[in-house]
Design a protein around this ligand. Structure first.
Ligand code: RFL
Ligand code: PHB
Length: 391
């Protein structure tokens, strides 16, 4: 098999890239290790920045998002049983975010790709990426038990944190920056209308909690849990009780309960691989960088990388100039590091690390006090949360 751009992975990065390349008249083939149902059901992100919404619309994938996505003009911060609303449009000159699940973004993009895009092969696992420092890189993959080779001009490594493409960068070339956190998130989906109409981020001595949502009838909630926790260790009653303790406020706000339909634990990590390009291999999304989910940035970064890469490949096709391909890594990394900074700040602001000292507790409260009493501090949060511009 031969194509111009071999895309490994059908998550948000790979699917958006495939869509944008298709619209630019550039051939691409997407190889996805898992089956379609798995990719469409995998519970992950929920918050789309304005820029991501604009990209999906421009890519022709915005119709259902525009009907079913929920526009959110703010979030609530809770601490010491008090609440404080951050008003995004008022602080940022009109920006907001959209709550529309990653599962739905992927379903929409997969349907478009299968209806009229280039090939998208499910259960096609890339085994190795070879020759990325030559003019003709190759992806070895296994599809339905058979090994095959995809020859291409460029390889887009969109295969997430656990994928194979990053390992094609020689050890002496790449550099990794990372930080692990001594806690994770226990996430649940529950068949109950969200107890609040905006996302609630709560700092509590017992740990962080987040109230989010998927639809007007389905809530998504998270609890900070110790590193290594298994989802089965937490019973339904225990989860609701802990959420109540961390989320409820002195002014009488109460959490609505409902049947839990799914639960899982996510570890937290900050990670950046530099550079994001080596020869004809371009890493995009979680394959190159991970943020803890507290800032809601991972999916938005993945979409941003795909936009920068699609633009660079289209520029090369139209003008013959590799200029934008050469600056791909630096262009993406600037935005990536802003998201790393913000996600780290939100995480350390709101989580309670095991063994945190009384001094650190007071500092957290002082940071929250500052955020909720200084327009400048609040604007900084609102600008970062709603997203930095793509270019
Ligand atoms: P993905 O989505 O992991 O997709 C990679 C795809 O590559 C496939 N793959 C392979 N295919 C072929 N051959 C191989 N060898 C392969 N190895 C892997 C995988 O099967 C998969 O389909 O990466 P991508 O596209 O870079 O997208 C990144 C986002 O998924 C991720 O950053 C976000 O989900 C992070 N995230 C959030 N991001 C936000 O912007 N807003 C949020 O509110 C938000 N909340 C979250 C999150 C992530 C979470 N978890 C579970 C990590 C909440 C949670 C709980
Ligand atoms: C989610 O709805 O899954 C979600 C929302 C906000 C975050 C992380 C996850 O910061």
């Amino acid at each position: 098999m031969r194509t111009c751009v071999g895309i490994i992975g059908a998550g948000p990065a790979g699917l958006v890239l495939a869509r944008l390349l298709h619209r630019a008249g550039i051939e691409a083939v997407v190889l996805e290790a898992r089956d379609r149902t798995y990719v469409e059901q995998r519970q992950r992100a929920g918050v789309l920045e304005q820029g991501t919404v604009d990209v999906l619309r421009a890519a022709g994938a915005g119709a259902r998002m525009d009907r079913e996505g929920l526009r959110h003009d703010g979030i609530e911060l809770r601490f010491e049983r008090r609440r404080h609303r951050v008003d995004f449009p008022g602080l940022t000159g009109g920006r907001s975010v959209t709550v529309y699940a990653q599962t739905e973004v992927c379903k929409d993009l997969i349907a478009l790709q299968l209806a009229g895009g280039g090939p998208l092969l499910f259960e096609a696992e890339a085994l190795a990426v070879e020759g990325v420092d030559t003019p003709s890189p190759r992806i070895r993959f296994r599809n339905q038990g058979r090994e095959d080779v995809l020859e291409c001009d460029y390889v887009a490594g969109c295969d997430g944190f656990w994928g194979v493409s990053r390992s094609a960068v020689p050890a002496g070339v790449g550099r990794v920056f990372e930080r692990a956190y001594p806690f994770g998130w226990l996430g649940i989906l529950a068949d109950v209308p969200p107890s609040h109409d905006e996302l609630v981020y709560a700092r509590h001595e017992r740990g962080f909690a987040l109230l989010s949502m998927r639809t007007p009838a389905v809530s998504r909630l998270y609890l900070q849990v110790p590193d290594g926790t298994k989802a089965q260790e937490w019973g339904e009653e225990e989860i609701w009780r802990e959420l109540e303790l961390r989320l409820e406020t002195a002014d009488g706000w109460r959490l609505r309960r409902g049947p839990v339909t799914q639960k899982s634990v996510t570890p937290m990590r900050s990670y950046v691989h530099e550079p994001m390009r080596y020869g004809r291999l371009f890493l995009a999304g979680d394959a190159a960088h991970i943020v803890p989910p507290t800032g809601a940035k991972g999916l938005n970064l993945a979409v941003g990388d795909a936009v920068v890469l699609a633009r660079a490949l289209a520029h090369e096709k139209e003008t013959g100039s590799a200029e934008l391909l050469d600056t791909y890594s630096a262009t993406c990394l600037r935005r990536v590091w802003q998201a790393e900074r913000f996600s780290y700040d939100m995480t350390t602001l709101l989580h309670r690390a095991p063994g945190a000292t009384a001094f650190e507790d007071r500092l957290q409260l002082a940071r929250l006090d500052r955020l909720t009493s200084s327009r400048a501090a609040e604007t900084d949060l609102a600008e970062a949360y709603t997203g930095f511009p793509l270019s």
